[in-house]
Write a protein that binds this ligand. Structure first.
Ligand code: CA
Length: 231
């Protein structure tokens, strides 16, 4: 298998080296940059499979750079894992809202780093077109044309809000969606949905999913995601 290239954007040399060492040992090619400016030069020449992006960098920070990557056609779908120094919910939510695929908080264990990198790359490889009529994730099948959800092949009646929440989570397994992002996705289906009532919707959705309800994971202080085990 051809090794995939990971671009590490990190200004702390010991962390940069720790990432390089572990990624290379796991078979990835690694290129490093200590600033956004240096990363831009690298990206002009090559497109990596994934970017590990530190939040606090000298000069331009990781938030604004992630937003730029998403806005440019060439890098819009480039997987980005945000690396945050503090385990602060606000930073994590902000990172996910500018389009990061996942996040890692420092200090991290090499095992967690590699697991996140692998999961994001695997997810991108299996990601269906957004416009697909049907999404199948493990036991869950979501049929957009007929507006039907099936679990283990059995149809389950969902409200429009529940259907839209499930559609959002299924589209990108493993990605954490904040309550605000979920409200946005549901908007139009039910104007009564607020960030707090998202929790109530999730409870209802889990109940209808019966033994598979646990596939919707609560990420404390951040939001919800579909467990990668569901793929
Ligand atoms: Ca830094």
């Amino acid at each position: 298998m051809a090794s995939e290239t990971v671009l590490v954007i990190e200004d702390e040399m010991d962390i940069q080296e720790l990432m390089r060492f572990n990624l290379e040992r796991d078979g990835y090619k690694v290129v490093t940059a200590s600033s956004v400016e240096a990363a831009e030069k690298i990206l002009e020449k090559q497109l990596p499979a994934l970017v590990l992006l530190d939040l606090m960098l000298p000069g331009e920070n990781g938030f604004t750079y992630c937003r730029k990557l998403r806005a440019a056609a060439r890098t819009a779908l480039l997987p980005v894992i945000m690396v945050t120094a503090r385990d602060e919910d606000a930073d994590i939510v902000a990172g996910l809202e500018v389009g990061a695929d996942d996040y890692i908080t420092k200090p991290f264990s090499p095992r967690v780093l590699l697991a996140r990198v692998r999961a994001v790359l695997r997810r991108r490889a299996t990601e269906p077109e957004d416009s697909a009529d049907k999404l199948v994730r493990g036991p869950i099948e979501l049929d957009r044309t007929h507006h039907v959800v099936r679990l283990d092949g059995q149809p389950v009646i969902m409200t429009l809000s529940e259907f839209r929440i499930l559609d959002l989570l299924l589209r990108r397994p493993g990605v954490v969606f904040s309550r605000y992002q979920i409200v946005d996705a549901v908007h139009g289906a039910d104007y009564a949905v607020t960030d707090r009532s998202v929790d109530v919707q999730i409870v209802g959705l889990r109940r209808k999913m019966g033994p598979h309800g646990g596939l919707i994971e609560t990420v404390r202080g951040v939001g919800y995601r579909l467990r990668l085990e569901a793929i």
